[in-house]
Design a protein around this ligand. Structure first.
Ligand SMILES: NC(=O)c1ccc[n+]([C@@H]2O[C@H](COP(=O)([O-])OP(=O)(O)OC[C@H]3O[C@@H](n4cnc5c(N)ncnc54)[C@H](OP(=O)(O)O)[C@@H]3O)[C@@H](O)[C@H]2O)c1
Length: 250
């Protein structure tokens, strides 16, 4: 028998967010949870993910799956978990690695680490998108379809020494986002550069440097929530240039 909790669970929209145990992924997951979204989240580290899921679970239904986005079976589990919740309305490809700390120069980049960098930042997001697209293409009762939000970086467009592997992989993700937007005109495909943030990834890029002047990831969440609510055309956006309507979203 279906109980009231089950009905409520499938009535809420579902977002799949990769890399949501900390940093921007966790902050966005929290924002979506506050605004009534179910969550399917992942990360490789089980302890941090369990803690994040317990926190988010106070606000909404959370399916937390420990795993690596480069793993085929894990990605299939993520898509299936979203399907079990009524189908994903949003896929956020957020999980990311730099390929080393600090990331090596291109001349010295060990090829296995370079391969990992491309797999996590470009190939896995595309592979997960392939699996979730059938859910995102479906039209909701309000006439809208789903959306893909790929988290990119200024390193995809600017040349910074030491950011070549990560930047090239993010550039590949950006380009794939542009092509996907053309091939899937009914689905929104956004690439968003959140700007520099005070997170573990950023600290790993500049070990030993003081990054306490950088904004916390929570700062860009209102802009991302507004984007998701407003559903502007597919394209590449800077979080700092996205409109935020004060008080419109929690
Ligand atoms: N921080 C910045 O200044 C900045 C600037 C521009 C763009 N960005 C982008 O913002 C996004 C979030 O980064 P962040 O700064 O918030 O990083 P973060 O704090 O290091 O968080 C990264 C998250 O991704 C998970 N993750 C990493 N590799 C994974 C994998 N292979 N499979 C599954 N989960 C994985 C991590 O958990 P585990 O390690 O446990 O797996 C963690 O939950 C990234 O796409 C990044 O490129 C960040």
């Amino acid at each position: 028998m279906t109980n009231a909790y089950e009905i409520q669970k499938t009535a809420r929209p579902t977002a799949v967010i990769t890399g949501a145990s900390r940093g921007l992924g966790f902050a966005l997951a929290h924002g979506l949870a506050r605004n009534g979204w179910n969550l399917v989240i992942d990360a490789r580290g089980a302890a941090d993910l369990t803690e994040a899921a317990a926190d988010l679970g106070r606000l909404t239904h959370v399916t937390a799956l420990t795993g690596d986005v480069v793993d085929d079976d894990h990605r299939a589990e993520l898509a299936e978990a979203a399907s079990d919740l009524g189908g994903a309305r949003l896929l956020v490809n957020n999980a990311s690695i730099l390929g080393g700390s600090p990331p090596p120069s291109l001349a010295e980049f060990p090829l296995p680490a370079l391969l990992d960098t491309f797999e996590v930042n470009a190939l896995a997001p595309l592979a997960l998108t392939q699996l979730v697209l059938p859910q995102l293409r479906l039209t909701d009762s309000d006439g809208t379809t789903g959306a893909v939000l790929n988290i990119t970086s200024d390193a995809a467009v600017e040349a910074y020494e030491g950011w070549g592997g990560y930047g090239a992989a993010k550039a590949a993700l950006d380009h794939a986002s542009r092509v996907l937007a053309l091939e899937e005109p009914t689905v929104r495909v956004w690439s968003v550069d959140p700007g520099d943030l005070r997170t573990r990834l950023h600290q790993e890029a500049v070990p030993g440097e003081d990054i306490s002047d950088l904004p916390l990831p929570e700062v860009v969440v209102p802009a991302l929530l507004q984007l998701i609510a407003d559903r502007p055309p597919s394209g590449r956006y800077l979080a700092s240039e996205l409109p935020v309507i004060e008080g419109a979203l929690r």
